[in-house]
Design a protein around this ligand. Structure first.
Ligand code: PGA
Length: 251
C-alpha cells in the first residue's frame, strides 16, 4: 500500500514571522508523509522549526552540482542544509521561465543526483483540455522524464498532476477527471516498470482545500496532494493532512 503524501507549495509567500506562526498551529498525523516547500531562503529556518518527521524542500533547483551559474542552487546544497525534496517542472516555472520538458527532466535527474526526492509536476492548460489534448500533453511531459530518469528513481519521488486551469483558481478538477489522469500516468509508468508504478505516489494539485480533499483522496490513484494557497494557513493545511490520514485508513 502506498503511504499518503501531502506537500505544501508556499510559492513566493511567507516570512520568518509567518513560519513561526505556522509551526505553532501546525499538526500532522502518523500515517501521512508531509513536505513543506517554503521559498528557498527560508529552507533552514523552516527545517529547524519543524519536527524531524516533517520534511522540507525547494520549489526548483539548478541542473549542476556547482559552477559558474549565478543565482542557481544545487540539489547537493539543498541536501546539505536539511532539504529532502525538490519540486521540478511546476507550471508556473514552465510558463514564467519557459522551462521545457527536457529541462524539467534534467532537473529531476539533478535532484536525484543530489540526494533529493523529486516531485515532478505535469499538467495541461485550459486550452489543451478544451481541445481534448490533455492526455497527449501529459504523456509528452512524462515521456521526457522517463527518457532521462532511471525508472527506479521515480519511486523515490512523486509525480504531481496539476491541471494549469485548476491552480490558484478555486476551480478543482473533479475527482473523476483527476482519477482518470492519475490512472493514465500510473499505466504509462507500468509499461516501463510495474513494480515502480504500483509503488509510486501520484499527487493531485490545483485548488486543493479541506472542502474537496476527501473526495479527491478517496480515488484509487490519488495518493495525496500538492497544496498551494491552502497550505499557507496552518489550520487548513493540517485539516488536509488529517483528511489524507483518514482516506489512507479507509483504503
Ligand atoms: P493551489 O496551488 O493549491 O493554490 O491551486 C497548487 C500548486 O500550484 O502547486
Amino acid at each position: 500500500m502506498r503511504r499518503s503524501l501531502v506537500a505544501a507549495n508556499w510559492k513566493m509567500h511567507g516570512s520568518l514571522t509567518h513560519i513561526q506562526d505556522f509551526v505553532t498551529d501546525f499538526s500532522a498525523v502518523d500515517n501521512v508523509d508531509v513536505v513543506i516547500f517554503p521559498p528557498v531562503v527560508y529552507l533552514q529556518a523552516m527545517a529547524s522549526s519543524l519536527p524531524m518527521s516533517i520534511y522540507c524542500g525547494v520549489q526548483d533547483i539548478g541542473t549542476s552540482a556547482s559552477g559558474p551559474h549565478t543565482g542557481e542552487v544545487a540539489a547537493e546544497m539543498v541536501f546539505e542544509v536539511g532539504g529532502a525534496w525538490a519540486i521540478v517542472g511546476h507550471s508556473e516555472r514552465r510558463i514564467d521561465q519557459s522551462e521545457m520538458d527536457d529541462l524539467v527532466a534534467t532537473k529531476a535527474a539533478a535532484a536525484v543526483r543530489g540526494g533529493l526526492h523529486p516531485i515532478i509536476c505535469v499538467g495541461e492548460s485550459l486550452a489543451e483540455r478544451e481541445a481534448g489534448h490533455e492526455i497527449a500533453v501529459v504523456e509528452g511531459q512524462l515521456e521526457a522524464v522517463l527518457d532521462r530518469l532511471d525508472v527506479a528513481q521515480l519511486a523515490r519521488g512523486a509525480i504531481a498532476y496539476e491541471p494549469v486551469w485548476a491552480i490558484g483558481t478555486g476551480r478543482t478538477a473533479s475527482p473523476q477527471q483527476a482519477q482518470e489522469m492519475h490512472a493514465f500516468i500510473r499505466d504509462k509508468v507500468a509499461h516501463v516498470d510495474e513494480v515502480v508504478a504500483s509503488q509510486m505516489r501520484i499527487l493531485y494539485g490545483g485548488s486543493v482545500s479541506p472542502d474537496n480533499a476527501a473526495a479527491l483522496f478517496a480515488e484509487e490513484d490519488i495518493d495525496g496532494g500538492l497544496v498551494g494557497g491552502a497550505s499557507l494557513d496552518a489550520g487548513e493545511f493540517s485539516a488536509i493532512i488529517a483528511i489524507a490520514g483518514v482516506a489512507a485508513t479507509a483504503d
